[in-house]
Design a protein around this ligand. Structure first.
Ligand code: CDP
Length: 218
């Protein structure tokens, strides 16, 4: 397969920033797959349908297009919660598979960040990272980000959201959030963005060297 970098991990672990940095470093396009689930959640609600109904949310997922992912409404706290509710449905996940596989299949390779990239979407990815941090540190980061976007929300509420989302994403039976056995763990709790990006670069450089070696012998 092409050189795919899978970046998984829980909410506000730093995976989005790391994926963007890796894309720039290695000259690869980046897909934030969380936006797909956020898009389905927001569009389901806008359509007046029930986000907890697998068929209704699955039907919306089947109509989702790339052009709908730029909407700033997808970046809100409410959209994150809706995303994690629709993400438990098998029909939603199935409807989003093609989009992700097409993106990952680009000839030059790609970076995808999410929850199940290394386990379900691209289990053969030559480079896999699982990015974590403590819930408290993640809540602090997400709280600052939401405040920066103008949302009026308290730290304790954001921490409660994060814990609820971790539990729901980890316990669902459709593609639960879990590190792939061959993923490199990157705990960013004590790291600045620069340090985390640097650690990620080293992991991916090593994976790339192994991948290039395997390409020569096949
Ligand atoms: O930005 P943040 O980490 O808060 O969340 P996100 O990556 O935008 O994902 C929002 C929600 O979508 C997650 O809590 C998951 O429930 C779901 N999701 C998923 O199930 N699979 C993915 N590959 C990406 C996101």
């Amino acid at each position: 397969m092409a050189f795919v970098i899978a970046v998984d991990g829980p909410a506000a672990s730093g995976k989005g920033t790391i994926a963007t940095r890796l894309g720039a470093m290695f000259g690869l396009p980046v897909l934030d797959t969380g936006l797909l689930y956020r898009g389905v959640g927001v569009l389901t609600e806008r359509a007046g349908a029930d986000p907890d109904d697998p068929r209704a949310a699955g039907a919306i997922a089947a109509t989702l297009t790339a052009g709908q992912l730029d909407d700033p409404a997808l970046r809100t706290r409410a959209a994150g919660e809706l995303a994690s509710r629709v993400a438990i449905h098998h029909p939603v996940r199935a409807a989003l598979l093609d989009f992700q596989h097409t993106f990952a299949g680009q000839p030059g390779g790609a970076v995808l960040d999410g929850r199940d990239i290394g386990t379900v979407i691209c289990p053969q990815a030559p480079a896999k990272l699982y990015v974590t941090a403590t819930p408290e540190v993640r809540a602090e980061r997400r709280w600052k980000q939401l405040k920066g976007q103008g949302e009026d929300v308290g730290y304790d509420d954001v921490l409660a959201d994060i814990r609820k989302r971790d539990a729901r994403d980890g316990a669902r039976d459709a593609a639960p959030m879990v590190a792939a056995p061959d993923a490199q763990l990157l705990d960013t709790t004590e790291m600045t963005i620069e340090q985390a990006a640097d650690a990620a670069r080293r992991i991916v450089e090593a994976a790339r060297a192994r991948w290039e070696g395997s390409q020569e012998t096949t």
